[in-house]
Design a protein around this ligand. Structure first.
Ligand code: IMP
Ligand code: MG
Length: 179
């Protein structure tokens, strides 16, 4: 894999290799399999960024599982816009289900806060959040991020589902924007 790549006008440097990503996914899956032993779980994958993480995660889950997709958007380029829009909503009810939100990255937390508030109206049995990346230093919300792979990320990252203005989602490894 290259040590640096260019997307649009920006240079990005290799930060996390594919093998390290998969080790983190293994750990998250193991915890979910243990915490929900013998129960059914319902994953809600937040498009578009979480699609690769969700695909790798659910294939490591040994519990009876269901998955649905929701599309939200809050980012423009490298800036969070504060406002979270629902682009594709959920079909069907999550009443009584063990819901696990699958996010690529939790940054300010605006997205998961809005999503958890919305999902609560379905009266699920529980709502947990699994995010591969967690920008803990900038997170300002009260809800816990129950499962995460990496929590000391700073800067803007791309790859493994994450994009910079639509580019970079297909990269196997994760890269960080050079300042
Ligand atoms: P939040 O609402 O600020 O927590 O941001 C959540 C969403 O913003 C994530 O699901 C991503 O889609 C996007 N995002 C946040 N940080 C990054 C980043 O470093 N790279 C790419 N997308 C990001
Ligand atoms: Mg996202």
């Amino acid at each position: 894999m290259p040590n640096a790549i260019t997307l649009h006008d920006k240079t990005f440097e290799l930060l996390v290799t594919h093998d390290s990503l998969l080790t983190a996914v293994d750990d998250i899956a193991r915890k979910i399999n243990t915490d929900f032993a013998e129960q059914e779980v319902h994953f809600v994958c937040v498009l578009e960024g979480a699609f690769i993480f969700a695909a790798d995660l659910v294939r490591r889950i040994t519990l009876p599982s269901n998955i649905s997709f929701i599309k939200l958007s809050s980012y423009k380029g490298m800036q969070s816009t504060q406002q979270v829009n629902t682009v594709i909503g959920l079909d069907g009810s999550l009443a009584g289900k063990n819901v696990i939100i699958v996010e690529d990255i939790v940054d300010t937390g605006n997205t998961i806060e809005m999503l958890i508030n919305t999902l609560q109206s379905h009266k699920p049995a529980c709502i947990k959040t699994a995010a591969l990346f967690f920008k803990k230093q900038v997170y300002t919300k009260q809800y816990p991020v129950d499962y995460y792979g990496f929590d000391s990320i700073n800067g803007f990252i791309v790859g493994y589902g994450l994009d910079y203005d639509k580019l970079g989602r297909n990269l196997k490894d994760v890269y960080r924007a050079r300042d």
